[in-house]
Design a protein around this ligand. Structure first.
Ligand SMILES: Nc1ncnc2c1ncn2[C@@H]1O[C@H](COP(=O)(O)OP(=O)(O)OP(=O)(O)O)[C@@H](O)[C@H]1O
Length: 201
């Protein structure tokens, strides 16, 4: 797995307001970036920009590799069993061995025993881990994780941290927006508040 990501002089404008400007950051295979900053400073917007879902107001995003975004919603079909819902996405993602990828991902987030339970019956934290499993099973080189620790207990946070570490060891890149401190060894940090653009008086 080999990934690369370069953010060059990025600016973000939403709802008519310039949120941040001048964000630059190069990331190579195995790197991680932890994005912090107050509510509303634009962390989710930055991740959506990297995912290609939101055009930059200025600057550019250059990347190589496939992208998986863990956002607020998991997009897993509530009526399917967890295993089937993940399998559906793994097929769409075109992974070589969807069944194997899903089984490993479920193991990695400690949900292997719930593979035959409908997604709608999962608890909040289980649903969050299921969304993470979807990212794991995607085989994407670039992980964009938006508040991945929300709703997770301590054991699940450790699983998340371990999954990120393994992904980086394989040459993947992780960009993580978080309010909670996470153990991400040697990660670059980006405090978006420092890139806030003052409103004109
Ligand atoms: N679709 C949209 N249209 C207009 N403004 C938006 C839209 N989505 C978000 N915003 C605004 O952009 C700003 C940044 O939102 P964003 O979700 O990126 O912040 P955040 O740093 O991730 O916040 P939080 O820590 O609360 O998750 C907010 O003021 C928000 O109201």
């Amino acid at each position: 797995m080999s990934a690369a990501l370069a953010l060059s002089d990025l600016a973000c404008r939403r709802g008519g307001r310039l949120l941040f400007a001048g964000v630059s950051c190069p990331l190579a295979a195995g790197d991680a970036l932890v994005v912090t900053g107050a509510n509303g400073c634009g962390k989710s917007s930055l991740l959506r920009m990297i995912a290609g879902l939101l055009p930059p107001f200025e600057g550019e995003v250059a990347l190589s590799g496939r992208v998986a975004l863990l956002g607020e919603a998991s997009a897993l079909d509530g009526d399917r069993t967890l295993g089937a819902a993940l399998h559906f996405w793994a097929m769409l993602d075109g992974v070589a061995d969807p069944a194997g990828c899903v089984a490993r991902a479920l193991d990695d987030v400690a949900l292997a025993e719930l593979g035959d339970v409908p997604v709608r019956l999962l608890s909040t934290g289980q649903r969050r881990r299921a969304a993470l499993a979807r990212v794991l099973a995607s085989g994407a080189e670039l992980w964009l994780l938006d508040e991945p620790a929300t709703g997770l207990d301590m054991a699940s946070i450790a699983l998340l941290e371990a999954a990120v570490a393994r992904h980086r060891e394989r040459g993947g890149i992780a960009v993580i927006a978080t309010h909670q401190p996470l153990a991400v060894a040697g990660a670059a940090t980006l405090d978006l508040a420092a890139y806030r653009v003052a409103e004109a008086a």
